[in-house]
Ligand binder design. Structure first.
Ligand code: CA
Length: 233
């Protein structure tokens, strides 16, 4: 597994050194910055999995830096390192989208636990996002390419493999009129060349499952040409 990367932004040499030693030991890949302006440049130079951000910094405060980071990226986890007495920093930090904060002086075990928790959450969020990205939509119909689920409105639709291939091809080319030979070639392959009637048969099967129970059909016939999948006539 690739090492997770953490950018440490901290101007106190002793704390920075301690964090470096501990986090390196835990197997993280590290970057460091000691003032806010430098930190913003280093942040932009590559992708980080997490930022540990001191609030009181020379150059630009941690809060201002967080605000700028959030303008570019709402997902990267940020844990603030705050002074004990500064409730305001914690509140504005969380308002600006810090994922968590830890008060100095902190116990290393506690910081490590929070880092792990935040990184775990990031993993969950990004895999959920990936899952969502797999859905192709038209109107109230959606198809998940990864799981091969087909859903219209609230209902699951069970398709045979060929019906699924046909629907997926129509969906990937939605709102384009596809002629029957084209569909035949792509979905069935060359060996069915000239046998375009099979397309009509499968379109009929698909309509029965996808369209017949609904007011607005999605599969439309273009006379003399072929078919199109679209959400409005
Ligand atoms: Ca500081």
């Amino acid at each position: 597994m690739q090492k997770e990367s953490i950018l440490i932004v901290e101007d106190e040499e002793k704390i920075l050194r301690l964090l470096e030693i501990e986090l390196e030991y835990e197997g993280y890949e590290l970057g460091k910055a000691t003032d806010g302006i430098e930190a913003f440049d280093i942040y932009r130079s590559r992708n980080w999995d997490l930022i540990l951000l001191d609030v009181m910094l020379p150059g630009m405060s941690g809060i201002e830096l967080l605000r700028r980071i959030r303008l570019k990226d709402s997902f990267i986890p940020v844990i603030l390192l705050t002074a004990k007495d500064s409730i305001e920093d914690k509140v504005s930090g969380l308002d600006l989208g810090a994922n968590d904060y830890i008060t100095k002086p902190f116990r290393m075990e506690e910081l490590l636990a929070r880092i792990r928790a935040v990184l775990r959450m990031k993993q969950t969020i990004s895999s959920t996002k990936e899952e969502e990205d797999k859905w192709l939509h038209i109107g109230d119909l959606k198809v998940n390419e990864k799981t091969r689920e087909v859903i219209r409105g609230e209902s699951d639709i069970a398709l045979t493999p060929k019906e699924y291939d046909l629907l997926l091809y129509l969906l990937k080319n939605k709102r384009q009129v596809l002629d029957r030979e084209q569909i035949l070639e792509t979905v069935w392959g060359y060996d069915h060349f000239g046998d375009a009637k099979i397309v009509d048969v499968y379109i009929r099967y698909l309509r029965k499952k996808v369209d017949s129970d609904y007011d607005h059909p999605l599969i439309h016939t273009v006379r003399g040409v072929g078919y199109v999948l679209k959400d409005a006539t």
